[in-house]
Write a protein that binds this ligand. Structure first.
Ligand code: GTP
Ligand code: MG
Length: 197
């Protein structure tokens, strides 16, 4: 899929205030700082579309971007940011889980995972929660430029092995680098396929 236009539409915490659910939507989620906003910028070819930062906790709202006028890409706040207050964390859980459970046009959640790390409990817990709610998702391993391909593949294998202890299958898996523009075609092609199904 070629991205001809990508425009910011709105930021929200309330599901009732989101754009009408009349177009397919794909959301990007994962631990704070895993590279969600950077990936959105890489995919759209707009370096400043989604706000990024070296400091975790940058994205705080549900951000809608309209792509080619026909589907939404959604940047979400990250989970697992230890320095957020308990109250903040509860509010995050509230509006994000609300969004994930109640958005009828949500086609697929892209769960971003840091490819440098061995399987993390928090990611597995989140995936299990998505499973319990029947929310479709794919796994996107980020920052692949930071280590050898061999190491990335090794961490992915470990993650799959961990998942297969409780899941029957593993979902679609992508390897990306916002820095090196890796995985762009594959991810956009997958989204296009889902949108056309
Ligand atoms: P929150 O909104 O805080 O949850 O973070 P986020 O997941 O949106 O991460 P963000 O895109 O803001 O990136 C966090 C940091 O990681 C920034 O310093 C990025 O430059 C860096 N980063 C993101 N993707 C990549 C990548 O593919 N390669 C490298 N080397 N750095 C990356
Ligand atoms: Mg962000």
């Amino acid at each position: 899929m070629e991205i001809r236009s990508a425009e910011f539409i709105c930021s929200n915490t309330k599901v009732d205030k989101l754009p009408l659910p009349d177009k397919p939507e794909h959301a990007f989620i994962g631990r704070s700082n895993v590279g969600k906003s950077s990936l959105i910028n890489m995919l759209t070819g707009k370096r400043k579309l989604a706000k990024t930062s070296q400091t975790p906790g940058k994205t705080q709202l549900i951000n809608h971007f309209l792509i080619n006028g026909i589907w939404y890409m959604v940047d979400l706040p990250g989970y697992g940011y230890a320095r957020t207050s308990k109250k903040n964390r509860r509010s995050w859980e509230g509006f994000i889980t609300d969004y994930l459970e109640r958005r009828p046009n949500l086609q697929c959640v892209m769960v971003l995972i840091d490819s440098r790390l061995e399987p993390q409990a928090i990611d597995l817990e989140f995936i299990n929660w998505l499973g319990s709610r029947g929310v479709p998702f794919s796994l996107v391993f980020t920052k692949a430029d930071k280590q050898s391909k061999q190491k990335t593949i090794q961490n992915i294998r470990l993650f799959e092995r961990e998942m297969l202890k409780t899941w029957e299958t593993v979902p679609e898996i992508f390897i990306t680098s916002a820095e090196k523009q890796l995985g762009k075609e594959e991810l956009l092609e997958f989204i296009e396929g889902v949108n056309q199904a």
